[in-house]
Design a protein. Structure first.
Lengths: 333, 489
């Protein structure tokens, strides 16, 4: 396999890792005002992701860094072109990250309330905008012969882009609800499961429409297979939630989200950012790539260190495997 | 200010200098907290655990801002410097990606384990987690400084005529760039200096904030303060030595920056003086009065007191011959290879002055507490203020150093290869950069106020009373299912 293809796959894997992991972080954040009835329950929710959210976010930084190194043109066009959504996502990730660390630092309800708003805002915005961004990458955006994005921020809010945003948002909500059901005990556990089932139908409908539309835009046999399995995993996950198998249910949304993202990348290949202005202006794995030397070097580094990273991250999840309930939340400050 | 270039420079400067207020504290405090916990494990003296937890709490408040402002850095280059990213991605992107894979995962994962792992991990393993976090910060510093050093002194690459981009040819040359070999110890030791100054500032204030009163906590504060003072003195000396090495490398690879550091317009054949202060015209071209130390600039630049130091005028001519007369079309007038002299002149001095002054606080603390002495009288009255000034001075010194080294490279973004004007995003509109400039600056200002408020709250409270932490095994136990967590958000 060509190294450019290897790196296209690795970047896809990094984004898949990011969405399946931070997806449930975002879901927990979005559901904060819905699932929790009081401050203790809000703290239960936040503490389910407490030890892991930061590590999950590093998947994003690695995906971006890897894109910079392996496909500099892609990095340059994408991030300067999507300036406004990137800016909004950054603001959201900033306030959200600070909120986790600062929320519990003062005993005032007003103080906690403001940080809760930061968590909610900071989870909704990226959950929606990442979907908009990815849908637009797949659909194609106006790019001129110098590989410069010539559209506007508003042009990203086309119907397909908006649908993409709703899909990531609804999938992350379900994913987060099932994570809460899996990781907590007490009333909130049942509430989370019930909510996942109630919203599950909407998420399935949105995701299936989006997958059909994507298949029509860029699909091939492989993406069709991935999308079908994704839909089955999602439905199966919800079915497992219905019969009370929370672990299986969470695995279902985990696989579904991963496969939807995989399907997008499979459909995209060998383009990385197709141009709607003139297809000849499209960025591809070839014309956006770094030199063979850099790709080879990066491949060695990734081959050695990526398994180690996955190993110790998995170990962290094992260390913090126990469910959390309101009884585990220390009182006072 | 209407050009994207100028806005982009302000934005990058503000966002990056702000980020770097937290970086040295993070690098240094992970080391200090790990050291404090190790001392506790070895001595079993509860005071050290109290200090561990106290500084860990302050560290985490600081670290949160370091992390989130760091996310911006990963995107910055693409946002407003897309042509820079296209040009250097092959060389510059690699260390950035490796930094994320090797360092960021390590830091974030093991810090999560450390914060929430008091009742989950055996004690030695818990302490090891913080050491691993520190290792992660060092690895992170190594890769990002290698990337920056390449911008100061590009090596291990070739220019590809067809693609118009720089391409990596020798990764090890980039990793062990001679500029990097001077910069890495300088920055890391400055980070240790910063965190030790932070510790001395807080403990010094707690130690003597009410000099007349009897305070049972004093021995603990004192012990921590003396530890911090030793670290300050050693790292401060190391910062000076590594800075001196850097100066000589800089004179060799970026002579203009050295000339700009001194505002040396005319070449000095031997015994170039170093001015401590100058009063002159605003463009820095004519001095009215200066306080000078003879021959010191020659020593800083060449290692001998009679070394020749080239002046700005001669270098300007030389650069024009080498690089032509059209480097920076928009911001710099054609053929102008001179950085902003007042900025480089003053930041160079403030960097050194603040670093030295901060280190002297450490020495003063060692002197005042020598052989069991307790400061009394006037000294005791002023010691808290003196202690608190140390971290402020060192933090400002760090910023000055970076402003100097980045401004001194101008008009280049990659020295001798790409100008800053050439690196800016061609497709980005001024309003977009205005938006992110104002947005980030306002948000960062609000967060700074909140952060300082929180730090002050916890500093005033002092370390929490000693509580014997659990001593778990990795298997865990089910009996504590309903126990409150040892730490929770």
């Amino acid at each position: 396999m060509e190294l450019t293809t290897v790196w296209f796959c690795l970047i896809a894997v990094l984004w898949i890792g990011y969405f399946v992991l931070e997806g449930f972080d975002f879901g927990v954040g979005m559901l904060l005002p819905v699932l929790a009835r009081d401050d203790r329950e809000r703290r239960v929710m936040i503490n389910t992701i407490g030890p892991v959210w930061d590590g999950n976010e590093v998947w994003l930084l690695t995906a971006i860094g890897a894109t910079f190194a392996a496909f500099p043109e892609w990095y340059a066009t994408l991030i300067s072109g999507f300036y406004v959504p990137v800016f909004l996502i950054l603001i959201a990730l900033i306030v959200r990250g600070v909120a986790f660390e600062y929320r519990h630092q003062r005993p005032s309800a007003t103080w906690a309330g403001w940080w809760d708003r930061a968590v909610i805002f900071g989870s909704y915005v990226p959950a929606f905008l990442w979907g908009v961004a990815f849908a637009n990458i797949v659909r194609g955006v106006p790019i001129d012969a110098d590989f410069e994005f010539t559209g506007t921020a508003l042009s990203l809010l086309n119907p397909y882009g908006l649908l993409g945003g709703l899909v990531t948002m609804s999938l992350f909500v379900i994913h987060g609800a099932l994570f809460i059901a899996l990781k907590t005990d007490g009333e909130i556990r049942g509430r989370a499961r019930a909510l996942a089932l109630r919203l599950g139908v909407a998420a399935v409908v949105l995701a299936v429409v989006f997958m059909f539309w994507t298949q029509a835009l860029t699909g091939n046999l492989a993406s069709a297979v991935l999308f079908v399995v994704a839909a089955l995993a999602l439905a199966g996950g919800l079915g497992a939630a219905y019969v009370g198998r929370e672990g299986v249910a969470f695995t279902g949304t985990f696989i579904a989200i991963g496969l939807v993202v995989a399907g997008l990348f499979v459909g995209l290949f060998p383009d990385v950012m197709p141009s709607t202005t003139d297809f000849a202006n499209s960025l591809t794995t070839t014309n956006a790539a770094a030199s063979p030397y850099t790709l080879k070097l990066m491949t060695i580094v990734a081959a050695v260190f990526a398994p180690i990273v996955v190993g110790y991250q998995a170990w962290t999840y094992w260390i913090f495997r126990k469910r959390i309930s309101i009884h585990n939340i220390p009182a006072g400050h | 200010m209407d050009s994207v270039l100028e806005l982009a420079r302000w934005q990058f400067g503000i966002v990056t200098v702000y980020h770097f207020l937290f970086v040295p504290l993070t690098v240094g405090l992970t080391m200090l907290v790990a050291v404090l916990e190790t001392i506790w494990l070895r001595t079993k003296n509860p005071e050290w655990l109290r200090l561990t937890k106290f500084f860990a709490k302050l560290f985490l408040i600081n670290f949160a801002l370091g992390v989130v402002t760091g996310i911006v850095q990963e995107f910055q280059f693409g946002m407003t410097w897309s042509d820079y990213s296209r040009f250097v991605g092959d060389v510059f992107g690699a260390p950035l990606a490796i930094e994320a894979l090797l360092a960021f995962f390590l830091e974030s994962t093991f810090l999560g384990l450390w914060i929430f792992g008091w009742d989950k991990l055996p004690r030695a393993l818990h302490n090891a987690c913080m050491w691993i976090v520190h290792l992660g910060t060092l690895a992170s510093s190594w890769f990002i400084l290698a990337a920056n050093s390449w911008m100061q002194h590009p090596v291990g690459y070739r220019f590809n005529e067809i693609t118009g981009r720089a391409e990596l040819t020798d990764f090890w040359a980039v990793m062990f760039n001679k500029v990097q070999l001077g910069t890495f110890p300088h920055v890391i030791l400055a980070a240790y200096l910063t965190s030790a100054a932070f510790m001395i500032g807080i403990l010094g204030w707690l130690y003597l904030r009410r000099p007349g009163e009897n305070n049972a906590e004093r021995p603990m504060y004192r012990r921590g303060m003396v530890l911090a003072a030793w670290i300050m003195v050693f790292s401060g000396a190391g910062v000076a030595v590594s800075g001196d090495i850097q100066g000589k490398i800089m004179t060799e690879v970026q002579p203009m920056k050295m000339a700009a550091a001194e505002a040396l317009w005319e070449t000095s054949e031997s015994c170039a003086p170093f001015s401590i202060l100058t009063i002159g015209t605003r463009d820095g071209k004519h001095e009215k009065w200066a306080l000078e130390v003879p021959c010191v600039l020659s020593f800083l630049g060449t290692g001998t007191f009679d070394g020749k130091v080239e002046g700005i005028y001669d270098l300007q001519e030389k650069y024009r011959e080498t690089y032509g007369s059209t480097p920076g079309e928009t911001y710099y007038s054609p053929g102008d290879y001179t950085p902003n002299i007042p900025v480089t002149y003053w930041t160079f001095r403030w960097m050194m002055g603040l670093g030295v002054a901060g280190t002297l606080v450490g020495l003063a603390v060692l002197w005042l507490t020598r052989r069991g002495r307790t400061p009394t009288g006037l000294v005791a009255r002023f010691l808290p203020a003196l202690a608190i000034s140390a971290p402020v001075m060192v933090l400002l010194g760090n910023s000055m150093g970076w402003i100097f080294t980045e401004m001194g490279r101008q008009p280049w973004v990659v020295f001798g290869v790409l100008t800053t004007a050439q690196g800016v995003s061609p497709g980005v509109e001024p309003w977009e950069v205005w938006m992110s400039l104002i947005g980030f600056t306002l948000l960062y200002a609000v967060l700074a106020v909140i952060e300082v408020g929180l730090l002050m709250k916890y500093v005033k409270k002092g370390p929490d009373p000693f509580v014997e932490p659990p001593s778990p095994t990795l298997r865990g136990s089910e009996s504590d299912a309903d126990e409150p967590m040892n730490f929770a958000y």
